[in-house]
Design a protein around this ligand. Structure first.
Ligand SMILES: Cc1cc2nc3c(=O)[nH]c(=O)nc-3n(C[C@H](O)[C@H](O)[C@H](O)COP(=O)(O)OP(=O)(O)OC[C@H]3O[C@@H](n4cnc5c(N)ncnc54)[C@H](O)[C@@H]3O)c2cc1C
Length: 423
């Protein structure tokens, strides 16, 4: 069938349009705004954070290299400080980072801050409360002067040659367009680069649904007595049930297919509720426990990944890049990092588009590390600063002087390897 042509009102204009308000989009919007750009951040739901809040994935894994050195700073570090002022997070103090002592490892494992295989060391990883994240994020974008637009779903775009002129959003008000100079695709699923016809890889994954229980007498005491499969949270008597139900659903799904998502929503919710019904009767300490919340969104580790100007590969672990704009440790490995090159944020053809977060240009194995929340913050921050610098110099993001970008990131507080700005 064909839809009749429709006139779509242009409801706003901006320098930088950030689509998707997860970790990456939040960082991109604030970073671009702090560099002086006029920024609109559009999110389909009514809260910021994406998986990092609504998905109940409430663990920043990790901000270090697994050997005691912090490698993600900038806006992610600022998030931790903002959460801390509200008592909304927990993390090992700096003096513990890199420490191999079994006692400390066990202490932090109970918070979900130790993963991978032994020998372990204490990491700079952070557990936090999702509602505190949402509040902090709203205040943060407002303070920064970002124009926040909730409840709009990017569904189309208008191209003039290789340039996006408008993104079209669908909402209860119908279809509306926003005109912009540069677009940052932080939709997690790469909706914008897919609409623009850029090449991508699509991964099918097992979906998860994290949930939390409250009314537990003493979570730490239970863990000391051997209780497993749940983590402490910043709220007394509350446990985070990572990954959701003990089992997983019958098949992998394509998270860009609504029929697959429907199947996953029904199955995961059924399985979580079976677990919620089972726990009080069968798990000592959970007798009075009750469900606090189930994640609002399915836990989708992977869907579309851009095939951009450079595809970061597993073999690139510990490799230096001249155009590094973000660095991430590996949550299951110690003492190694990925340097993320600027080219992994750049699509092949479209002039005024950048990708940030879990949909950047990496292979499946590198994605294991680059999808983590701190890394998403770091690539979001890099994309936001790059977009603003490009506008200021009247260049496309591809033409930006990478040394200038690295200097601007360092000045803003991001962490980059020594000499990254050629200084
Ligand atoms: C089960 C699971 C466990 C994980 N464990 C950890 C962990 O312990 N620690 C860790 O650091 N990381 C973990 N991760 C990874 C991490 O949570 C995510 O990769 C990261 O949060 C992704 O951030 P993002 O901003 O790229 O995308 P998302 O958080 O997915 O944000 C994308 C945002 O865009 C919005 N959006 C999407 N499409 C549109 C559209 N068309 N129009 C408008 N808005 C749109 C969404 O609503 C969402 O808010 C885990 C992931 C999963 C699934």
């Amino acid at each position: 069938m064909e839809l009749p042509a429709q006139r779509v009102p242009v409801v706003a204009r901006c320098d930088v349009l950030v689509v998707g308000g997860g970790s990456a989009g939040l960082a991109a919007a604030i970073a671009a705004r702090r560099q002086g750009a006029d920024v609109i951040l559009v999110e389909r739901y009514g809260y910021l954070g994406g998986l990092a809040s609504g998905g109940l994935i409430v663990l920043l894994l990790t901000m270090d290299d697994g050997a005691g050195r912090q490698v993600v700073a900038g806006l992610c570090q600022e998030l931790v400080e903002r959460l801390e002022t509200r008592g909304g997070c927990f993390y090992p103090p700096k003096g513990d980072w890199g420490d191999p002592s079994a006692e400390l490892i066990e202490r932090y494992r109970r918070w979900g801050l130790v993963w991978g295989s032994a020998p372990h060391r204490v990491r700079y990883s952070v557990a936090y409360d999702p509602e505190e994240f949402k509040l902090v994020a709203n205040q943060w974008v407002q303070e920064a002067g970002v124009r926040l637009m909730y409840h709009r779903w990017a569904s189309d775009l208008v191209l003039d040659g290789d340039r996006i002129t408008h993104v079209v959003f669908t909402s209860k008000a119908g279809r509306q367009a926003i005109a912009c100079d540069t677009v940052i695709d932080s939709s997690g699923d790469g909706d914008l680069f897919a609409l623009a016809g850029e090449p991508f890889e699509l991964e099918q994954v097992h979906p998860w649904l994290w949930f939390r229980m409250s009314g537990i007498e003493d979570v730490e005491a239970l863990q000391e007595a051997g209780g497993d499969g749940f983590f402490r949270t910043v709220r007394a008597g509350q446990a985070l049930m990572p990954w959701g139900a003990a089992g997983r659903i019958d098949r992998r799904i394509d998270a860009t297919n609504p029929d697959d998502l429907t199947h996953a929503e029904i199955e995961c919710r059924r399985m979580v509720m079976e677990e919620v019904d089972r726990l009080p009767g069968q798990t000592p300490g959970f007798e009075q426990a009750y469900l606090t919340d189930i994640a609002l969104t399915l836990g989708i580790t992977e869907s579309r990944r851009l095939v951009g100007r450079y595809v970061l590969r597993r073999e690139d672990l510990d490799q230096p890049f001249d155009d590094v704009v973000a660095v991430t440790g590996h949550w299951t490995k110690y003492g190694c990092v990925y340097q993320i090159p600027y080219r992994s944020l750049l699509p092949q053809r479209i002039d005024n588009l950048l990708a940030a977060g879990r949909c950047i240009s990496v292979d499946h194995r590198a994605h294991h590390a680059t999808k983590e929340i701190p890394a998403c913050f770091a690539t979001g921050e890099a994309a936001g600063v790059a977009a603003a610098l490009a506008l200021r110099a009247n260049l496309t993001p591809r033409e930006v002087d990478v040394s200038a970008l690295q200097r601007a990131l360092l000045k803003a507080g991001a962490w980059l390897p020594d000499g990254a700005d050629n200084s």
